[in-house]
Design a protein around this ligand. Structure first.
Ligand code: TA6
Length: 289
């Protein structure tokens, strides 16, 4: 059985760390602390990255698992600030990589404020991301308030799950949950007791902390479990919104569904000085491609 191991590399101009286990390879960039790929040996890529993604320090990279922190969507007060906060466009520090057993390896990265971020979010914190690769992919994002005053933040692990065709998938497990329908101007609706399907643009923020299953007809299913999260964001831009996105091909929307785990909107988190909050998510693929 191949051992676990890791190496640093540069891909498309970005510093990356490649984690290898007996069953999978995982690639993450120090830029944004962003997981860019997860490939079980002998199988296809499980995460989607746009073929027109921008690999530029300071720019958001469309695909993999961007980290939306410390705000989600537009900034609550300063609309001209970049959407989804600054964590995904800053360089993270590699803290360390170690095998945690014969089959899994874990990389730890850290983000701390600097003069630029303090202007956007005037609070001292330490954010840590632990990425554990093996048969499954697990992320744990922990924020510690190292300041003297409480602060409030939003967090979303904005995961682009590769699928055979967005029109052929169904997201199961949200039946009965309330959601904000951003395509319908942000009105609150309640999910019928049926799966979420993607026949066009879908942009919904669900109140949810339960396990979910993404069923990819003809390919299999993805089991998604979370800890410390109160929200699930479900997004696919559909053909029209895709045309307005400069970093996507016209049919790029077909290749992924975003199922995002975190705490946003009414579920945002307030941390007292010294407090810490962890958001964790795991993905188990049972697919044949
Ligand atoms: O996750 C849903 C969402 O908030 C959508 O409204 C859309 O804006 C998407 O995120 C992508 O955002 P981005 O800034 O990465 O283009």
């Amino acid at each position: 059985m191949a051992a676990t191991g890791w190496k640093q590399d540069v891909r498309n101009g970005l510093e990356v760390v490649e984690l290898t286990t007996p069953t999978s390879t995982c690639m993450l960039a120090l830029h944004g602390g962003q997981v860019l790929g997860f490939v079980p040996h002998g199988a296809g890529e499980r995460l989607w990255v746009s073929e027109k993604a921008r690999f530029q320090v300071g720019k958001a990279l469309r695909g993999g698992i961007p980290i939306c922190f410390p705000w989600f969507g537009p900034h609550p007060d300063l609309g001209d600030l970049p959407a989804h906060g600054f964590a995904r466009t800053r360089l993270w520090r590699m803290v360390g990589v170690a095998a945690i057993n014969e089959r899994q390896i874990r990389a730890e990265l850290e983000l701390a404020p600097d003069a630029d971020t303090l202007r956007l979010f005037p609070h001292r914190f330490v954010a840590r991301l632990a990425v554990t690769a093996g048969e499954t992919l697990e992320l744990a994002f922990e924020v510690t308030n190292t300041d003297e005053a409480p602060f409030t933040f939003e967090i979303a692990l904005h995961t682009y799950l590769a699928v055979s065709d967005a029109a052929a998938v169904a997201l199961v497990g949200l039946g009965g949950r309330a959601y904000l329908d951003k395509v319908a101007g942000g009105i609150v609706r309640r999910q019928a007791d049926e799966p979420v399907r993607f026949a066009g643009e879908v942009d919904r923020v669900y109140d949810n902390d339960r396990p979910l299953t993404l069923v990819d007809r003809g390919a299999g299913r993805i089991q998604i479990e979370s800890r410390g999260a109160g929200s699930t964001v479900v997004w696919n831009p559909g053909p029209e919104k895709t045309r307005a996105l400069g970093d996507m091909s016209p049919d790029g929307f077909r290749g992924f569904v975003c199922v995002e785990t975190g705490s946003v909107g009414d579920r945002r988190v307030t941390l007292a000085p010294g407090g810490r909050h962890e958001t964790a998510v795991s993905y188990a693929w049972h697919v044949t491609r």
